[in-house]
Design a protein around this ligand. Structure first.
Ligand SMILES: [Zn+2]
Length: 457
């Protein structure tokens, strides 16, 4: 009899759509229920029925609040899920905002295609009713099964606020799901913690085939882009994910402005979601690293500085158009596949004095991914926009571990591991990382496909 039975329901050979089913002692438990993202906010695969019966699931454990890990939760509830959802406190708070925000974009896409919405507001609220939180990392959460207790433990993944590696210990065996793993050391997060004595691990591989060579120089690069763009009288666009990247950019600008390394220019945070998520970062300061957490606790707003303008309403957003001064605009979405950034890209990408700084992972098919390749022109809202602005791609701001650090992450538990399952990456990335782990530790590796089922002893 196997101890665990794992079904790779999503996030297999792709970086988004995280969704794993694990069965033990008669319980059915999901890890994450994320949206698959691509050219559009939602790709058709998100409308396919779940490959398991949502009503039969007992628990849903969430690694972190990114859309590709939580975006299909309201759909799961709509389709009959009545179990318990468990995450850290910040994950719950941010997931609620993310699911509500995404609902607007999803609804717009669905109505354009004459489809029913993927979910509605009441599904989000129903999900929130089912939600339990753990108050600190490594606080055990007990699941009682027909054949004894399973202990679920959340370890700090160091990826975004409240992000966790989820470990399940049952009948003397341990398996962990990494979710996404942080780019430690991070200016905001604590370092990633590797659980010990694992038998199995299901690990991410977003940057499995690449290293962040420019991490040490990332602030220098931002400084150079800003000063040279100001000199030309241009605008710097920064498409940024609302969680983590936005706060990391604000922290960087806070330091650059307050130490007078860049002049005081208007820096627009044109993202209602980014503004609200920043409030949650301040509220849950104890989940941040000690430097930033203590600064916030003592009343220092590390995410604010002279020149910062936060634009909540559409009218405030439109008014940015009237500001002809050199400036910075930070807006979502982070992959330019929706959101306010598109309006600014339509206006400034054709301006040779301006610049766009890419600071995050760009999924295949998204406008952001296209811009990275610097084509002659791009299409925004159906219009051809010549690409004349400078394109600067900085990998070092990534919230993900690079290839070297993904390999070394396993080191503390490499001697007990029996098998490593590589997921949450494009196939090239996943296979490359698997090969490296195999060569480094001599461990058996699998790169599962969507729908694969494994029985683990
Ligand atoms: Zn993530």
């Amino acid at each position: 009899m196997s101890t665990f039975r794992v079904t790779f329901a999503g996030g297999a050979q792709m970086p988004t759509g995280s969704n794993f089913l694990i069965e033990f002692g008669g319980k059915k438990v999901l890890i994450d229920c994320g949206l698959v993202q691509g050219e559009k906010w939602s790709v058709p695969i998100n409308r396919e029925p779940f490959t398991y019966d949502p009503a039969s699931i007992d628990y849903l454990f969430i690694t972190h609040a990114h859309l590709d890990h939580v975006g299909r939760i309201p759909r799961l509830v709509r389709d009959g899920f009545k179990g318990v959802i468990v995450s850290t406190e910040p994950t719950r708070d941010m997931a609620e905002l993310i699911m509500l925000d995404s609902m607007g974009l999803l609804g717009k896409e669905a109505s354009q295609q004459g489809l029913e919405p993927l979910y509605e507001e009441r599904d989000v609220f129903q999900a929130m009713h089912l939600w339990n939180t753990i108050l600190t990392y490594q606080e055990p959460y007990i699941v009682t099964t027909d054949q004894g207790e399973a202990v679920i433990t959340f370890y700090d993944a160091g990826h975004i606020l409240g992000s966790a590696i989820i470990e399940i210990a049952y009948k003397g065996k341990k398996i962990a799901f990494t979710g996404d793993l942080g780019n430690t050391p991070s200016p905001l997060m604590r370092d990633t913690v590797t659980p010990s004595n694992l038998d199995y691990i299901v690990m991410e591989s977003v940057y499995g085939d690449r290293n962040h060579k420019d991490k040490d120089k990332r602030i220098e690069i931002v400084k150079e882009v800003i000063t040279s763009t100001i000199t030309k009288g241009g605008t710097v666009l920064i498409p940024a994910f609302s969680i983590e990247r936005t706060q990391e950019m604000l922290l960087a600008f806070n330091e650059l402005v307050e130490s007078k390394q860049i002049p005081e220019i208007p820096v627009y945070l044109d993202s209602p979601l980014g503004i609200n998520i920043t409030k949650i970062y301040k509220k849950h300061e104890k989940w941040l690293n000690n430097d930033v957490g203590n600064a916030i606790k003592s009343g220092d707003d590390v995410f604010a500085f002279k020149g910062l303008v936060q634009t909540l309403t559409p009218d405030e957003s439109k008014a940015i158009n009237n500001d002809t001064r050199p400036k910075v605009i930070i807006a979502g979405s982070g992959m330019s596949n929706g959101g306010r950034i598109l309006h600014h890209e339509a206006r400034y990408l054709s301006d040779p004095r301006s610049a766009i700084v890419i600071v995050g992972y760009q999924s295949v098919g998204t406008l952001g991914r296209k811009i990275v390749d610097e084509p002659k022109d791009v299409i925004i809202h159906g219009q051809v926009v010549p690409l004349r602005a400078r394109v600067v791609n900085i990998h070092g701001f990534s919230a993900h571990k690079d290839s070297d650090h993904l390999v070394s992450f396993l080191e503390p538990t490499a001697t007990t591991l029996k098998k490593v399952f590589v997921v949450l990456g494009e196939p090239k990335s996943a296979y490359y990382l698997g090969q490296r782990i195999h060569e480094t530790y001599g461990l058996p590796i699998a790169v599962p496909e969507k729908g694969d089922v494994v029985e683990l002893e």
